[in-house]
Design a protein around this ligand. Structure first.
Ligand SMILES: Cc1cc2nc3c(=O)[nH]c(=O)nc-3n(C[C@H](O)[C@H](O)[C@H](O)COP(=O)(O)O)c2cc1C
Length: 205
């Protein structure tokens, strides 16, 4: 069992990392392997809607997005962490997620997702909502904790002092572990839910 954690911050060991690393410690206790990939420091462009992925099964830009797609496919859970920038996720992370979720063709159903935001003061829940959208359009159950997953602090030194935020990360990781293990058992017993052919309409036809 494995969880992929994506750090959307340009800071390798900032407050977003502090939150994600608190989760990593719990996953280790739960016997769950983790891999953390930092993307917020990378030069990543957005989706150009070329449609190449529809035929090739991967993004036309062969960068960290295609590397993440391979890792994501092998994982049972995905944690996405972002610093809050103007009450939204970091733009680099959004470029990565748009391209990752749009270009990768493998079935994401029942891979568990969790979103984590870090901010000095405001915009945590807006960012949390924004990130959860990627999971809920992909058949991915969302793990939750004891609050809307966020940590306060301008940097790692501040973030560790957010006692409730740090506890929230541990609770989230414990709940996510339980959910992934339960889904693994459920898959064995019942298999994945039946899927209909996706009906694509644009409201009018
Ligand atoms: C461009 C930019 C915009 C930001 N916007 C917000 C904001 O809207 N609300 C907030 O509370 N903090 C804001 N911050 C502060 C960061 O969210 C905060 O320092 C965060 O903890 C950094 O996480 P990191 O250490 O993982 O990079 C902003 C920082 C930058 C650089």
């Amino acid at each position: 069992m494995k969880v992929l954690l994506i750090n959307g911050s340009p800071h390798a060991t900032g407050s977003t990392y502090t939150a994600l690393h608190e989760m990593e410690k719990v996953f280790a206790q739960e016997g769950i392997e983790t891999e953390l990939v930092q993307v917020g420091n990378k030069d990543v462009r957005g989706c150009i809607a070329c449609g190449t992925c529809g035929t090739k099964g991967k993004c036309v830009f062969n960068d960290v997005v295609n590397e993440l797609a391979d890792k994501f496919e092998q994982c049972d859970g995905l944690v996405v962490g972002s610093p809050v920038y103007y009450a939204s996720a970091n733009a680099t992370l959004i470029a990565v997620l748009d391209r990752l979720f749009h270009s990768s063709q493998f079935d994401k159903t029942m891979k568990v997702g969790a979103a984590v935001a870090s901010a000095r003061r405001g915009g945590l829940t807006a960012t949390f909502d924004e990130l959860n959208k990627y999971f809920t359009i992909s058949g991915m159950p969302v793990a939750s904790g004891q609050y809307w997953n966020g940590i306060h602090g301008s940097n790692a030194k501040d973030a560790v002092q957010d006692e409730e935020g740090m506890q929230q990360m541990r609770t989230l990781a414990r709940n996510m572990s339980f959910l992934m293990k339960s889904i693994a058992l459920g898959k064995e017993k019942y298999g994945l839910p039946e899927k209909e052919v996706h009906a694509w309409t644009n409201f009018i036809r």
